[in-house]
Design a protein around this ligand. Structure first.
Ligand code: DC
Length: 222
């Protein structure tokens, strides 16, 4: 179902497999749009916490979603009603609460609609857990990225240290295990139809991962 602007590439995978770096790199290599859907969930979580709306406050949350102006620019900048919140959506507090907002069906429905609008014409690398199942079930290329626990923990640790977060490798490993278990019981549309290419990124450099994904995209006609 390649659109007028190119393929729809759906990327999902475990925490710490290097999804964001890969999705951004593939989008750049193909001159596609990188649709980082996690940043949209983060923007909702930030707006809601600023307005003191809890994930369980369904009606206020609905109202917020109706009014919310989230802009996700292809270059990765995220704005809320014109205010650049690109770094704030990645702070510790938002990262801690975003999962609870992402579990709310009203939030998912509102964002899925926006994501489809942004990606349906194709020429998009859509990154997020429900891309190949709910948002773009007919994506031209579906990729699931995996990696071994040691490598995932190292990657996450580097990300935290770069942000100045004081955390040990052991804590990161525990956190990944907890989030893996939580992800296992979540069901965002079941399993994807058709072929899902599993790419194991253990031992690969970010560039090697990008090259591998671009190869797959080329084979699909990108
Ligand atoms: O990939 P990330 O860490 O920026 O994602 C932020 C949160 O949003 C995380 O809890 C996973 C969730 N998410 C989701 O439920 N569905 C998506 N399509 C993308 C992210």
């Amino acid at each position: 179902m390649a659109g007028p602007k190119g393929l729809i590439i759906a990327i999902d995978g475990v925490i710490g497999a290097g999804k964001s770096t890969a999705a951004a790199g593939v989008a750049e290599a193909l001159s596609y749009r990188h649709l980082d859907t996690g940043s949209m969930y983060r923007a909702v979580a930030l707006a809601a916490t600023r307005a003191a709306i809890a994930p369980t406050d369904t009606e206020p949350l609905r109202q917020l979603l109706r009014q919310l102006e989230i802009e996700v620019e292809p270059g990765g900048r995220v704005a809320l009603g014109g205010e650049d919140v690109s770094s704030e959506i990645r702070d510790i507090e938002t990262s801690r609460v975003v999962g609870s907002y992402a579990d709310v069906s009203e939030v998912r429905e509102a964002l899925v609609r926006r994501q489809r609008r942004l990606g349906l014409e194709g020429g998009v690398v859509a990154e997020g857990r429900d891309m190949a199942t709910v948002v773009f079930p007919a994506a031209d290329l579906k990729i699931r990225m995996v990696a071994n626990l040691a490598q995932r923990a190292r990657r996450r640790l580097e990300e935290f240290l770069a942000k100045g977060v004081d955390i040990t490798l052991d804590q990161v490993r525990r956190d990944i295990r907890v989030r893996d278990l939580a992800d296992e019981v979540r069901d965002y549309g079941g399993s994807a139809a058709g072929v899902v290419e599993e790419v194991d990124t253990s031992g690969l450099s970010p560039q090697q991962v990008i090259d591998r994904l671009v190869d797959l995209a080329r084979q699909c006609g990108a």
